[in-house]
Design a protein around this ligand. Structure first.
Ligand SMILES: [Cu+2]
Length: 360
């Protein structure tokens, strides 16, 4: 043991960064060497470096690491075995990365659960899932989720083609995302593609328990007359005890209409939804009073809170005051009346002619 820094040099700089009280227990097992160095401004400071653990402590740390390495897989697999016997394990909320250990056996099913199916695997939407699988019978095994039940890994199904044919575990990690690589929440069947009828179990997908928010609009489409403006409501709803501030932003494609949001940030502090007004204006703007071209636009309202980003889209149609994309109903009525009058006039004319011919 060396207390070289504090003994050789006045411990001003050194003590500043490492309070002596905190360092004391560490120094009993750690050798520290120091040297005096200069930084780029020429100031002198002490540089300490961890050289080695003392022999006794390094031995005991190695022993602890060895025990952890040997027992950790056993603990995990025994937990999953127990869970499969008892039934549905309680999902642990807040856990993001879940690891499952599966020992592959064609005769005994995963984790030797025959005659029952393999261990129940439960994960939440958005979780990172690690499947550690191996072969305890030396037959080749793979792992996949058979969504359509055809016993074959298909494109779009979560699958690892890596063949495990020894006690060495294959590490297969994926991000579980409903609507992306799994169609919905609910129960699916995981299998070995080599022994799909022999090695299978339930893969349960549950809704996310992570705090999140959803964004909604009071209407998905809006028609705005040139020169005027109209509004919809954007609503933020907290999910899974989400409390926080959501900032709102808008984009318009193609550019033209002006979009303004009355409250650009909404703070969710309870379970009730909170709303803001989104105004879409087709008023003339700019120095030369450019009018907004008629046509279709897509307005995207995006809500951001930290790493959580959700958006909603609004289809906007900008039309002329007399109507959008064709004659207005008033024009149609007018046209109808005109056509009717023409028919009446023609009939009256024809009748008069016939009367006149008779008298002749
Ligand atoms: Cu197999």
């Amino acid at each position: 043991m060396h207390l070289s820094c504090s003994r050789r040099f006045p411990p001003y700089r050194h003590r500043d960064s490492y309070p002596r009280l905190d360092l004391e227990p560490l120094l009993r097992s750690v050798d520290v060497t120091c040297r005096r160095e200069r930084n780029k401004f020429g100031a002198s400071y002490h540089y300490s470096r961890l050289v080695s653990m003392s022999t006794n402590s390094s031995k005991s740390i190695l022993l602890i690491l060895l025990i952890v390495a040997v027992t950790a897989p056993l603990i995990s697999s025994s937990t999953i075995r127990a869970a499969s016997v008892k039934g549905n394990p309680v999902p642990d909320p807040g856990s993001i990365h879940r690891t499952f250990w599966l020992e592959g056996s064609a005769v005994g099913n995963w984790n030797q659960t025959r005659p029952a199916s393999g261990p129940l695997i439960s994960a939440n939407d958005g979780d990172n899932v690690t499947i550690m699988y191996n072969s305890v019978d030396s037959y080749p095994h793979t792992w996949f989720i058979d969504v359509n039940g055809n016993n074959v890994p298909d494109a779009g199904e979560i699958s690892d083609p890596t063949v495990a044919n020894s006690a060495t575990f294959v590490n297969f990690t994926f991000a579980l995302k409903v609507g992306t690589n799994i169609p919905s929440t609910g129960d699916f069947t995981y299998k070995c593609s080599v022994h799909p009828a022999m090695m299978f179990g339930t893969f349960r997908v549950q809704a996310s328990t992570a705090p999140d928010f959803k964004i909604g609009l009071s209407s998905s489409s809006l028609t705005v007359v040139t020169g005027s403006s109209r509004s919809v409501m954007v609503t933020i709803t907290g999910l899974n005890s989400f409390y926080g501030t959501v900032s709102l932003d808008s984009t318009v494609y193609p550019s033209g209409p002006q979009v303004s949001i009355s409250s650009a940030s909404l703070t969710v502090s309870s379970t009730s939804p909170i709303s803001s007004n989104v105004n879409v204006s087709a008023a003339s703007s700019g120095t030369y009073s450019t009018s907004v071209p008629q046509g279709s636009y897509i307005v995207t309202i995006t809500g951001t809170s930290g790493s959580l980003v959700h958006s909603a889209t609004l289809s906007v149609t900008i039309g002329s005051p007399s109507g959008v994309g064709g004659p207005s109903s008033l024009a149609l009525i007018g046209g109808g009346i005109a056509a009717g009058l023409a028919v009446v006039a023609a009939t009256v004319y024809a009748l008069r002619r016939r009367t006149r011919m008779k008298t002749l």
